[in-house]
Structures are given as structure tokens and as C-alpha cells.
Design a binder for this molecule. Structure first.
Ligand code: ADP
Length: 452
């Protein structure tokens, strides 16, 4: 195991990684921007180094310099920031630092949605109908393809992520516009103007499979998560397992995910994301080469610490178990705590938390970087924590989440809590009858957006 690692991130995920490191006796090095001097991850890490600017979490050179100065052996990238940047992985590799994640080659391959689609097709995995090699398609060819697929279609940036870089088109006119705008936005945001087309599925579920792979070719899956409750194509509530996935579907989806992981030479913890139609058919959508925000729900039902597994695998240990050793126990739900106003279309609402009280009791977990008096910065993602419940079954997980949502106090800023209290009492959610259009259809204060 490593002696010391640097965590190239902030917020709740930095805190999360530090917690596992403490259990393993691994020393932690935090980095922080000038806006994060009083952040919890800085307080909890063994050592901390200040970065020069607000955007320095994205500065490869600066992070590598600190890692070397601190004599860290490895770097945990968390999610977001540099976690899926092949240049960062290469920089770690070139500087003798272990990147806690897959190789630069794999990150590069799955980071590009078109390449990932191709790899899935080659592995015999069904993908959402659309263009697989859109790079060479002209506008007219795209329009023809859209006619074949049937509207609505979605234009996606090959390099997109985090719910950004997607535009819905309901007819040829919208598509013509979307192609231009999406491509321009993609060039600015992702440094790559390449876009492609997918059929826009109506009211699918977002179902994703967690996988773990070591350096010796062992790959297992840890079952699925349902992440259908979203706003603007970004997740708000996740649960594991998925209410409509049966044991046989789980086995099939899991096998599919393992096949995709093998096809791209995956090492570490990764996620294969799928969209599922109401009739249960599903398509591969993309692979995320990092720890996901929603990993705790899988941890709660498998008993595994996924961050611990990431560290073990990165340090060269074999998984030491196979698929038959993985069993799922009970049900877990996660509600994302965002500094946003759910009554104003989830508009970011940064500010200072004046009062903070954490819920507790059986089956309640909170992964959070907030405390009374802490500032939620406008410079970073609005998510500052996650509330997770576990129960022996879905009903108990819901009851415990409701209790936790009753107990939790966060004052001083607007948060997603009122939305969660509403959702956890909604009859459709309680019956597990949800899809990615749940908010558009049922949240009275959300607005339906044309573009993502
Ligand atoms: P990102 O990489 O930005 O997270 P994804 O490709 O993972 O984007 O998609 C995020 C969400 O967008 C999905 O969970 C789903 O709600 C919606 N979405 C993406 N592609 C489609 C599609 N072809 N049909 C319907 N919804 C889609």
C-alpha cells in the first residue's frame, strides 16, 4: 500500500478519500485554492499545500509540482477537475506518480463518447441508436440520419460530460441549429468540436453498473444504480439496486459492463452507464473512468469501500475475490445536497451556511464537506454533500431517508432539501416508477429546458 498520496480535489470527495486513507494508514496531502483555505478537506488531511488560483485544481503542472514536493507516491483525482484528463494521467505517469485510476490510454478512449460507443459496439454491446462515426458526416447526412432515427434526437459533444454539451432537437430546423451551436460550444468547452447524434429516448431510466478491475485481468461488477431523478440531465437522487432490475437482468447488464471494461483494458473503479426503456431493453451510453458521486449507494449494499478498492488496485494488489463473492444486501438511496434554489430551476445559490446539523441514527450516512460557518463558493460545483440511507428493503431506506431529511438542518443558503422532501413523499417515487423526465413532468417548480 502507498505511504502517502495527494488528493487532487476538494469538497466532499476529498474528505471521502481522506477517510479511507486514515483507515489504511496512508498519509494524505491536500491541495486547496485561495477560496478553500478553511475547507474541511484541508483540516482533515495530514498535510496541505496552497494552490495559486481559483482554477488551480485544473492546473496539471501545479498539482504535479506539489505532489513531488510533498513526496506523494500516488494521486487520487476524485471526480470532475482532472479526473478524466488523459494529459493529467500522462503527466503523473511521466513523473513517477501512480494515478489512482485507469491508464492514460483507457482514459483517452472512454473519455471520447464516440470512441467509447465504438468500443462497446465492437464488444457486442447495444448502444443508443445513432451515429457511431459522426466525425465524417456532413450536415445533410446528419439530417438524413435523424429522419431515419426519428425525432427527437440529441446532439452530443464527443468530449462532453457532467450533463453539459447536449442539445435536444425536435425537428430538422432545430437540428440544423443544434448542430452549429453544439459544435461551437463543444469547441469552447471541451476543446473538440466533434458532435454526434443519438435518438432521444422518451422517459428512459438511467441505470449504471459499477465495475472494479485489477491489473491482472480480474473484473467484477457490483450491481447497478438507478440515477433517473435528474435536473438538466444531472443526477439529484440515486439508488441501488434499481427498482425494476431483476436478478437475471442484473446478471446480463453486469456481464455487459464487464465486457465493456475488458474491451477498453480497464483498471480501477469505473461505471458503465446505460439508458433503459420502459420495456426493459437497455443501451450502453458511456463509460466513466473515475469514482462517481453516487458510489456510496453501491458501498452500502455491497459492504465494500470502493475508494479502498481503488487504492488497493492502484498499488498493485489483486482484487482477491470474484463475482461469486459479491452479494447485494438491502437498499440504499442518496440525495445530493446542492447549494441551489429548487424553486428557481435549481439556480446555484452559493453563500455561507449559518447553521448545520447532521442527521444520524440507524442506516444513515452523510458524506459532506460543510459545517456551520463554512462558505459554499460560487467558483465550484454547487454540490457540497450527500445524504445516504440504507434499509433492509426499499421501503425502509425511504423511511430512513425521510427521517434524516426531517432531522437535517442547513440554514443560510438555499439547498435541494425541499425538493428531496417532496420527492421522497411522491407516490411515483415511492412506487419506484420514475424516469429521467420525472422532474419535467412532476416537479411543479422545475422548468423544461430545450437544451441541456
Ligand atoms: P454526461 O456525460 O454529460 O453526464 P450522459 O451521456 O451521461 O451525459 O447523459 C446524461 C443524461 O442525459 C442521461 O442520464 C439522460 O438523462 C440524458 N440522455 C443522454 N442521452 C440520452 C438519449 N439518447 N436519450 C434520452 N436521454 C438521454
Amino acid at each position: 500500500m502507498f505511504r502517502k498520496i495527494l488528493i487532487a480535489n476538494r469538497g466532499e470527495i476529498a474528505v471521502r478519500v481522506i477517510r479511507t486513507c486514515k483507515e489504511l494508514g496512508v498519509r494524505t496531502v491536500a491541495v486547496y485554492s485561495p477560496a478553500d483555505a478553511n475547507a474541511l478537506h484541508v483540516e482533515l488531511a495530514d498535510e496541505s499545500y496552497t494552490l495559486s488560483g481559483i482554477r488551480s485544481y485544473l492546473d496539471i503542472e501545479e498539482i504535479i509540482t506539489v505532489a513531488k514536493r510533498a513526496q506523494a507516491e500516488a494521486v487520487h483525482p476524485g471526480y470532475g477537475f482532472l479526473s478524466e484528463d488523459p494529459d493529467f494521467v500522462r503527466a503523473c505517469e511521466a513523473n513517477g506518480l501512480v494515478f489512482i485510476g485507469p491508464s492514460s490510454r483507457t482514459v483517452e478512449m472512454v473519455g471520447n463518447k464516440i470512441n467509447a460507443r465504438r468500443a462497446a459496439v465492437a464488444a457486442g454491446v447495444p448502444v443508443v441508436p445513432g451515429s457511431s462515426g459522426a466525425t465524417s458526416l456532413t450536415r445533410d447526412e446528419m439530417l438524413r440520419l435523424a429522419e431515419e432515427l426519428g425525432y427527437p434526437v440529441i446532439v452530443k459533444a464527443a468530449g462532453g460530460g457532467g450533463g453539459r454539451g447536449m442539445r435536444l432537437a425536435r425537428d430538422a430546423e432545430e437540428l440544423t441549429e443544434s448542430l452549429v451551436v453544439a459544435s461551437r460550444e463543444a469547441a469552447v468547452s471541451f476543446d473538440d468540436a466533434t458532435v454526434f447524434l443519438e435518438k432521444y429516448l422518451l422517459s428512459p431510466r438511467h441505470v449504471e453498473v459499477q465495475i472494479l478491475a485489477d491489473q491482472y485481468g480480474n473484473v467484477v461488477h457490483l450491481g447497478e444504480r438507478d440515477c433517473s431523478i435528474q435536473r438538466r440531465h444531472q443526477k439529484l437522487i440515486e439508488e441501488a439496486p434499481c427498482p425494476v432490475v431483476t436478478d437475471s437482468v442484473r446478471e446480463a447488464m453486469g456481464a455487459t459492463a464487464v465486457r465493456v471494461a475488458r474491451a477498453v483494458g480497464y483498471v480501477g473503479a469505473g461505471t458503465v452507464e446505460c439508458l433503459m426503456n420502459p420495456d426493459g431493453t437497455y443501451y450502453f451510453m458511456e463509460m466513466n473512468a473515475r469514482i462517481q458521486v453516487e458510489h456510496p449507494v453501491t458501498e452500502m449494499i455491497t459492504g465494500l469501500d470502493i475508494v479502498k478498492e481503488q487504492l488497493r488496485v492502484a498499488s498493485g494488489e489483486p482484487l482477491g475475490y470474484d463475482q461469486s463473492d459479491i452479494s447485494l444486501n438491502g437498499w440504499a438511496i442518496e440525495c445530493r445536497l446542492n447549494a441551489e434554489d429548487p424553486y428557481r430551476n435549481f439556480l446555484p445559490a452559493p453563500g455561507t451556511i449559518t447553521e448545520y446539523h447532521q442527521p444520524g441514527g440507524p442506516g444513515v450516512r452523510i458524506d459532506c464537506a460543510a459545517y456551520a460557518g463554512c462558505a459554499i463558493s460560487p467558483h465550484y460545483d454547487s454540490m457540497f454533500g450527500k445524504l445516504i440511507s440504507w434499509g433492509r428493503n426499499r421501503g425502509e431506506a425511504i423511511q430512513r431517508m425521510r427521517r434524516a431529511l426531517d432531522e437535517i438542518v442547513i440554514e443560510g443558503i438555499k439547498t435541494t432539501l425541499p425538493f428531496h422532501r417532496w420527492a421522497l413523499n411522491h407516490p411515483l417515487f415511492c412506487r419506484g416508477e420514475v424516469s429521467t423526465s420525472f422532474l419535467d413532468q412532476h416537479w411543479p417548480n422545475g422548468t423544461i429546458e430545450k437544451s441541456a
